[in-house]
Design a protein around this ligand. Structure first.
Ligand SMILES: [Zn+2]
Ligand SMILES: [Zn+2]
Length: 343
């Protein structure tokens, strides 16, 4: 029985192209006590592989967090399978606004300690005492209330290309970092203001809202299903869209456009631009914003140094990379001294 992905990304891309079938990009999560994550992991892989599901899925003792792509014609079968798993019956599925058949090229189901690397000690507070979930319409009403403080629970490179009007957008690299900063900044308003928070798909707010309630905030709200679900509701219910720019997403697409506003700048020339790329130098891979003309000029690299390395023969590059870790991939997302226009 096959329990792991066997095709390379390139082989998979060719297969998807040849099949010519439309795929849907979907995400969902659920906190639940899982007795044996390994068994669940294998069960999901075997069943989803049959349905040609691709994506990145984390399973742990605390639940599941999934970002994936399903052939549209298999969607019903996929949903039926989800409903056979008791804690996933009728789970809310966030369906992407902009579809891309290549959003994922492998099926990776991994067992992790946690479904979000939040860096929190869950035993130190009651994670089930969460904020009030609000849908798009109620969220909009809360934003019109002058007693509301709106906080973006995402990282700097995400809010840089898009966020809700009037939101506080902490300049942080990680979720964990943002919590004490927000608590400190808002410490005067623990009782009088509505603390309203949002993130990409809602999962980060599940823990954050419980954390802030534990810290004494009285009126805590969270956007149900995050920006992804909000954008869909705005469209379906013809509501006012209060989100400007792009929603950063964690797949090949990197972002989906919610409004026409371009609120960021190319990190190399400063022109309006909100397209994230990774530096083409394999040893760097820095995530940054680059316009088309800079991409051409810099050969898709973040710096002259990387451009030079990138132009060397592949063999020589491999030799240079030996024994070095690609730290940018993890810690320095979107931050580097070479980026003149990164604020
Ligand atoms: Zn540029
Ligand atoms: Zn670089």
């Amino acid at each position: 029985m096959q329990l792991y992905n066997k095709l390379s990304a390139k082989e998979r891309a060719e297969l998807i192209e040849k099949a010519g079938k439309d795929r849907m990009t979907i995400s969902f999560y659920q906190y639940a006590k899982i007795g044996n994550p390994e068994i669940l992991r294998n069960h999901l892989f075997i069943n989803w592989d049959k349905l040609e599901v691709l994506g990145r899925i984390y399973v742990s003792y605390e639940g599941i967090n999934a970002q994936l792509s399903v052939p549209a014609e298999n969607f019903n079968a996929f949903k039926t399978h989800l409903d056979t798993i008791s804690f996933l019956e009728n789970v809310r599925l966030n369906v992407a606004i902009e579809q891309d058949n290549m959003s994922f090229l492998k099926l990776k189901v991994k067992v992790r300690d946690k479904i979000v690397a939040d860096g929190l000690n869950d035993d130190s507070f009651d994670v089930t005492n969460k904020g009030i979930h609000v849908a798009a319409e109620e969220f909009n009403n809360l934003l019109d209330d002058e007693n509301t403080i709106l906080v973006d629970m995402r990282n700097h490179y995400e809010s840089e290309i898009g966020h809700f009007k009037g939101a506080i957008t902490p300049d942080v690299d990680t979720f964990r970092e943002s919590l004490p900063i927000i608590e400190e900044d808002l410490s005067e308003h623990k009782e009088d203001k509505n603390l309203v928070m949002y993130c990409t798909g809602g999962i980060r707010c599940e823990k954050a809202s419980a954390y802030f309630k534990h810290k004494g905030f009285k009126k805590v709200y969270q956007l149900e299903g995050g920006i992804i679900n909000y954008a869909r509701q705005v469209e379906e219910q013809n509501l006012e869209n209060k989100f400007i720019g792009k929603n950063f997403v964690f797949d090949h697409r990197r972002g989906e456009r919610i409004s026409d506003d371009i609120i960021a700048n190319c990190h190399q020339c400063g022109n309006p631009c909100d397209t994230h790329v990774n530096c083409a130098n394999e040893a760097c891979h820095l995530l940054f914003i680059q316009c088309e003309s800079c991409a051409e000029k810099m050969n898709n690299c973040c710096s002259e140094e990387c451009k030079e390395v990138h132009s060397l023969p592949e063999e020589v590059q491999k030799e240079l990379r030996k024994g070095k870790e690609v730290s940018n991939k993890i810690f320095k997302k979107g931050r580097s001294e070479v980026l003149k226009f990164k604020k």
